[in-house]
Write a protein that binds this ligand. Structure first.
Ligand SMILES: C[S@@+](CC[C@H](N)C(=O)[O-])C[C@H]1O[C@@H](n2cnc3c(N)ncnc32)[C@H](O)[C@@H]1O
Length: 218
């Protein structure tokens, strides 16, 4: 596999799935992004709740969060990622689907999570409107993204040996996502940024590598 090959996300993540969890960037996000995600959910906790993770990958976040929810569902387009997820988290429900066209009815979930998946979508309006449609009134969506600035190009993913592949990636500025989300009925209530040193900040900094935004359905 050539290191220069750019593949559609489903193909790239199928190839990367057995190697994804051991990738150094996963350790970074799990150490620095997940605590911010969990804190937002804990601040929201609202009795019995149903959770959906859009672009759940190997299901690591869902495995940690599922004990706090009545129902936990992971959706991903990559069969390879879902195979790893199902083996690691047998009690979680995993569904293969495109997050731009969710196979769930209106008002099905209280909390929607989407971690670094929107970056693979050319038009984030489709998934944001699906989040708004499937979310119950007053529910929250926590959406994380890699930074849209020039330091990142197409997402590089590990595969067998030293080889890597790239997954098609689009740049979405956090404020653009907030504007698109508002048009879908989701109001951004907060946004924090993670620097390459792992610190959460609320202002722009050249060292920022990702963002964690929270949206609420009215
Ligand atoms: C960067 S990975 C993040 C995985 C997981 N959220 C995590 O935090 O490790 C992006 C995931 O989004 C999935 N994905 C990309 N485009 C998708 C789409 N249109 N529908 C469903 N899943 C998609 C990929 O297959 C991949 O598993």
């Amino acid at each position: 596999m050539s290191v220069d090959e750019v593949l559609r996300p489903a193909e790239a993540y199928d190839l990367s799935a057995p190697f994804y969890d051991a990738w150094s960037w996963q350790a970074f996000w799990r150490e620095h992004e997940f605590p911010l995600v969990r804190a937002e959910i804990e601040a929201f906790e609202n009795g019995s709740m149903d959770l959906i993770d859009l672009g759940c990958g190997t299901g690591h976040y869902l495995g940690l969060l599922a004990p706090s929810f009545s129902r936990s569902v992971g959706v991903d387009i990559s069969d390879g990622m879902l195979s790893v997820a199902r083996l690691a988290h047998p009690s979680v429900e995993f569904v293969r689907a495109d997050i731009e066209d969710l196979p769930f009815g209106d008002n099905s979930f209280d909390v929607a999570l989407s971690c670094r998946a929107m970056t693979h979508l050319a038009d984030p309006g489709k998934v944001l409107s699906e989040i708004a449609r499937t979310m119950r009134s007053k529910g929250i969506a926590i959406v994380t993204n890699i930074d849209h600035g020039p330091k990142f190009g197409n997402t590089r993913l590990p595969t067998a040996g030293e080889a890597t592949v790239f997954a098609t990636t689009f740049k979405h500025a956090p404020d653009d996502l907030a504007r698109i989300a508002r048009a879908c009925g989701l109001e951004r209530t907060g946004c924090r940024y993670i620097t390459m040193y792992g610190e959460p900040v609320t202002y722009w900094d050249e060292d920022i590598v990702g963002s964690v935004a929270v949206f609420r359905k009215s």
